[in-house]
Write a protein that binds this ligand. Sequence first.
Ligand SMILES: [Zn+2]
Length: 290
Amino acid sequence: MINLDYFQNEIEKIDKSKPKYIDTPAFEMITYETNSNDLKNDIEHSLISKNFIEEFEEYIYTLLETTENQNLFLLNQNIETLKLENRHHCVFNIFDKNLLGSYYHNQNKIVYYDIVSLGHELLHAASTNNLSLPLCPQVYSGFQRNYRQHDIDIVRFKGLNEGYTELLSRKKFFNEDYNTPCYTANVYSLRLLDLLFEKNELETAYFNNCTEYVYKIFCKYANDDEFYWLNKYLDIFANSIAKKEEVEKVFNKLKEILKRTYNNEIEDNADNIIDEYYKNNPKMKVKKLY
Ligand SMILES: [Zn+2]
């Protein structure tokens, strides 16, 4: 197992946004250690005793087919106690028709109002490590960190996490169609950020709660302030409707950072991703800087 106390200290250092800690070992990619070389088989075995609906099982099998063993540790850990509740006809859904589903990490439970949300919620269940003790709530979910400090519940990197969760959901379950109505600005920002990483690197960091690694790679081309600035906007986009001026600002900043790689292919890919965003979001048409 990785040393989570050490990790916790490191993330608090990140939160304070003071000096650079890039060279400390915690900022390497660290994956959860497992004794099993075939977590896929273990998970399939656990599935036998569960009575999940067929559609949800299909999402799980697709996830197993498209995900490396090193990224299945938390799904294997959570699957046996994972609960699924259909609230399709629930009265709450009448008040908020836009609500599709949620994952409650405290109960390890997915509640869904629309079956289309199951892929996204499954990814939360497959990337959440609930480390809470009665007086010490502490949850790592993908890139997100929930913990309590001085009696205040703190949530960090929500926008980063929701954006990547939805990106991965569209990649794995929707044939890479990123034209999603959920967290759209976050998804496209994360697609741009992903250009800084090797193939599947960001995915491995996500399933192993390695937010520190995202920070490390980002800081090869940018600085602490830019990391905080980006996460501030990703949180704003995740918590409210993204304003077009703000989306444009974030895209421009990410393009500026991507230019520092001096890689033409990366720059071309970035332009295509941004064009795709504006094509799929016609109301969001704004001016662009080249
Ligand atoms: Zn989510």
